[in-house]
Each structure stands twice: as C-alpha cells, then as structure tokens.
Unconditional design. Structure first.
Length: 93
C-alpha cells in the first residue's frame, strides 16, 4: 500500500529537511551557525527567523560614523568665517 508523503507545515522550518534548511539559508543569507543560533533563541517559525535575520542585518548596518563631540564642533564653527551663499540666476541673453 502506498503511503503519501506527509505534507510539511508551511510556516515552520523542519531542521531535518536539508533542502528546506538550504533554501532558507540562501534566501535569508545566513550561515549555518547564524541559523542555528536564531532557531535556538526564537524557534522554528520561518517568519520569526526572517524578522530576526532582518534585525541582525539592520543592527550591523546601523553602526554610527565616528563623529567628534559637540564641543569640538562648536569650537571649529566659532573659528570659521561666516560665508553667504549666492543664489544662482538664469542667464539672460
């Protein structure tokens, strides 16, 4: 008697299915270690995994640039002469 293959739950990641794990890693651009740490922390919900991967990517990109302190900026601004901008006008022929 033929038994049908059980249909996977669509919103859960089956870690025993190598193909599904490979596709999720490729789609979310995660390594093995990153995926296992996220699944260990959050669970196997694909939507939760994708949200966490997006948060990790955003936090890695949001590192602020090295900006001098406000006192350094104020002292530099005090020493510079004030310049005015000249408005550009259309040439007349």
């Amino acid at each position: 008697m033929r038994r049908p293959k059980p249909q996977p739950i669509r919103n859960k990641l089956d870690l025993t299915d190598r193909t599904q794990v490979r596709l999720v890693k490729k789609r979310l651009r995660l390594s093995d270690a990153e995926l296992t740490s996220i699944v260990g922390r959050i669970g196997n919900s694909i939507s939760a995994i994708s949200k966490e991967a997006a948060l990790q990517r955003a936090s890695a990109l949001a590192k602020p640039a090295k900006v001098p302190s406000a006192s350094v900026i104020a002292s530099a601004a005090a020493n510079e002469p004030v310049t005015t901008e000249v408005e550009a006008t259309a040439p007349t022929f």
